[in-house]
Design a protein around this ligand. Structure first.
Ligand code: ADP
Length: 152
């Protein structure tokens, strides 16, 4: 059976840290669906269309990576698209504390979906979309943090 992982997040915007996790995930899964969720607690800087467009451009040459938008519970969306795994990246102990709670809740909701964590590569540990947004808003040089060819 094809191993499909859903990589959910806001991707506002996508960073080199996200891309690193997807590339590592491709060694483990047959297909990765990058799924942009509407988070009720977060307002985004970029529109859903813009965020999807950048991700599509970055992975244009890799048919194993798909980009989708979803609403509602991540586990329900996993069932909808046939993903057996949720892929998440970990940068720090803080990330782990937060992610562990969500993973437990998801497991309670849908037993068959397994959350898989991949550690961020040291070079990307300090990159977050929040920092990148700050740099963009304040007209700083963001190029080191985002994939090549992405211009805001
Ligand atoms: P969310 O709002 O769900 O946290 P994000 O777009 O911020 O969405 O992140 C999506 C996923 O990517 C999360 O699992 C997050 O931990 C991971 N991630 C974000 N930045 C990095 C990074 N620099 N290295 C590794 N993983 C990262």
């Amino acid at each position: 059976m094809e191993k499909i992982a859903l990589f959910p997040g806001s991707f506002d915007p996508i960073t080199k840290g996200h891309v690193d996790i997807v590339k590592k995930g491709l060694h483990m899964f047959d297909k990765i669906i990058i799924a942009i969720g509407s988070n009720v607690k977060k307002t985004s800087l970029f529109t859903l269309e813009q965020r999807m467009e950048w991700i599509k451009k970055i992975f244009a040459n890799d048919p194993r990576v798909d980009v989708k938008a979803y609403t509602g519970l991540t586990v329900n969306y996993c069932k909808e698209v046939g993903a057996q795994y949720i892929l998440r990246g970990l940068r720090s102990a803080g990330d782990f504390e937060y992610e562990q709670q969500i993973a437990f809740a998801n497991k309670e909701l849908v037993e068959t979906v397994e959350t898989v964590f991949l550690l961020s590569s040291p070079y990307y540990t300090n990159i977050s979309s929040t920092i990148v947004r700050d740099i963009i808003i304040n007209k700083g040089n963001y190029s080191k943090f985002v994939p090549e060819g992405i211009v805001f």
